[in-house]
Design a protein around this ligand. Structure first.
Ligand code: ATP
Ligand code: MG
Ligand code: MG
Length: 352
């Protein structure tokens, strides 16, 4: 059989490897410190080496048939190096857009798709200038490497821009106007080697302490807004010439329009419900897309609610295990640190 190379070793890689195994593929994971990781536990081969180890990268690339990733912050130079020996999907161009919030928002706006008003800022003084222009309520974010709301600072009337600047701990920031959204939604779209696309319905995402808490599938909103969210996600995937899966996070505004918040060119936490409620889940779609197989059906057989198990929530597993119909997924992480995603549970509902 063929082997998929996976960059990154977390739960997204693990669930991709499980989907790959079902289709007869092996997975070889590459990540620094990946021994015993959620993905390594279910992979046929593991390379635990640095992103700067060119020899290890070459050996890895030569041992697999295609490379994909579960973490969009893999250095672009790494995927370019791997690409000399084997196909890599998604590729460096997609990553360079998705790794930097300024690049990402510029790309989206150039397609005529709306975002919050934003400006790049490289000092506390620049933050103050931008807030005067687009504030008073803003969010300052580091342009790179943030997740789960880390590397962000809220700016309200009275906030000292210097405090916000110090809080993000980065020398490159983006100031975004605060969006008074009615809800947050995401759309996951798969795109194959031949450009075929398949999009799951828009889902609603509720956050707690900056971390995704629940996903409701499909989103409870008008058919027009749902269709617009799907159109936006497809347009972005096409413009990126993406091969793989792309998650686009959006804000729904009071007029029923959508604004793009950010995107991730990989399976996404808000797509975990597809494992239990759809004919083909997001992880299987990634395998199909990067291996040049036809995409699967995104049709859902049920509506669903997905709940993340964060930190000590994982201790609830005996109760969840006993709950009929609660589909429990645990990621094999030994240590339940606060804020750490340990697993999730999906409950199915009658299809609307
Ligand atoms: P993720 O874990 O989804 O990758 P992240 O750390 O990359 O998160 P964002 O998604 O940009 O961060 O922001 C986290 C949350 O903060 C959003 O889901 C939203 O609730 C809120 N938020 C971010 N930007 C804005 C904005 N411009 N206006 C209002 N709320 C915002
Ligand atoms: Mg993010
Ligand atoms: Mg986000």
């Amino acid at each position: 059989g063929s082997t998929i190379g996976m960059l990154g070793d977390g739960q997204l890689g693990r669930m991709t490897a499980l989907a790959a195994a079902r289709l007869g593929y092996k997975t070889h994971v590459y990540a620094p410190g990946s021994e015993g990781s959620p993905c390594a536990q279910v992979s046929a081969a593991v390379t635990s080496a640095g992103w700067d180890d060119l020899d290890a990268l070459e050996t890895f690339a030569r041992s697999v048939d295609v490379v994909t990733l579960e973490w969009e912050n893999v250095p672009v130079a790494v995927v370019e190096h791997l690409g000399r020996f084997t196909p890599v999907h998604p590729g460096g161009k997609v990553l360079s857009v998705a790794q930097d919030r300024v690049e990402e928002k510029s790309f989206v706006n150039a397609l005529g798709i709306g975002t919050a008003p934003w400006r790049a800022a490289r000092s506390a003084e620049e933050v103050a200038r931008v807030v005067a222009e687009i504030g008073p309520r803003c969010i300052l974010k580091s342009t790179r490497l943030g997740y789960d709301g880390k590397g962000q600072a809220r700016i309200e009337p009275g906030t000292d821009p210097a405090d916000a600047w110090a809080a993000i701990g980065s020398d490159a920031g983006i100031v975004e106007g605060f969006v008074s959204f009615t809800c947050e939604v995401s759309v996951i779209v798969a795109r194959g080697l031949d450009g075929t696309m398949a999009a799951y319905p828009a889902v609603e995402n509720r956050h707690k302490d900056g971390i995704l808490d629940k996903t409701l599938a499909p989103a409870r909103m008008s058919a027009e807004t749902a269709a617009e969210a799907e159109r936006v996600a497809r347009r972005i995937a096409e413009a990126l010439d993406l091969v793989g899966v792309l998650a686009v996070e959006m804000f729904v505004t009071p007029d029923g329009g959508v604004l793009v918040n950010e995107m991730a060119p990989r399976p996404h936490n808000s797509g975990h419900w597809t494992m239990d409620a759809c004919h083909s889940c997001q992880f299987e779609q990634l395998v199909r897309a990067v291996c040049g197989l036809p995409l699967g059906s995104v049709e859902r057989v049920a509506d669903a609610e997905m709940e993340n198990l964060i930190g000590a929530d994982a201790d609830r597993w005996p109760e969840l295990m006993a709950e009929p119909g609660a589909r429990l997924h645990l990621y094999g992480k030994a240590e339940a640190r606060p804020g750490r995603k340990m697993g999730h549970v999906t409950r199915l509902l009658p299809r609307t």
